[in-house]
Design a protein around this ligand. Sequence first.
Ligand SMILES: [Zn+2]
Length: 254
Amino acid sequence: MAAPYILSESPWKTVHEMQYEIAILPWGATEAHNYHLPFGTDSIETDFIARRAAQKAWDMGIKVVVLPVIPFGVNTGQLDIYMTMNMNPGTQFKILEDVLTSLSNHNISKLIIFNGHGGNDFKTLIRELQPRFPEIFMVQLNWFDVVPLEQYFEETGDHANEMETSVIMHITPDLVLPLSEAGMGKARKPRFTARKEGWVWFPRAWTKVTEDTGIGNPKKATAEKGARYIEVITDKIAEFFKELATTPQEDIYE
Ligand SMILES: [Zn+2]
């Protein structure tokens, strides 16, 4: 029996009777993840975490609907890595515009862009699209920012790191190669102090930063750490779904 909050798995009669309050658009990427994780890591994680959070919100009586995951992200810093599938921000804009047009036709008034890839940034897209779709309140949510990683993992980093490895070990253990085959995820930092302090930014040229495509040591990852982390963040995300669903647009500011 398909869950009524997963659009791609629900039949017409189920969907037709719903009045969904919030649409969730999971957005991933297709890119190399060190030597041990699959190219689809970001999409697999993001889809799973969106579903789990939606399930928790649904159990609280919130009518959320998870749209199909978009599997391509912005990877312009990794074009020289074989089979990286880049989707430019301009293309993402067009996709988002079409999704918003569809949602507007069906009177959905809230959209959460549920992001699982660091190279995706929907802020500028939302700034441009929000005034054109005032009837739909748009939110970007980065699930990897929900809690500080150091509370749940020994090693940090932000790509194919201990967190991502633990999460995939929990969700799809068959797709993880033995950790003995993983690279160390050693990353070179940009030289400038201003970049380290965070007030200057430029994207990282991936192959100049890391040899195994990973950023962050994955060796201490376990499925148990992944399961615990997912439960913690999906509790918080489901609470936000509830808060958003029950807040009218005119009450968004206290
Ligand atoms: Zn990733």
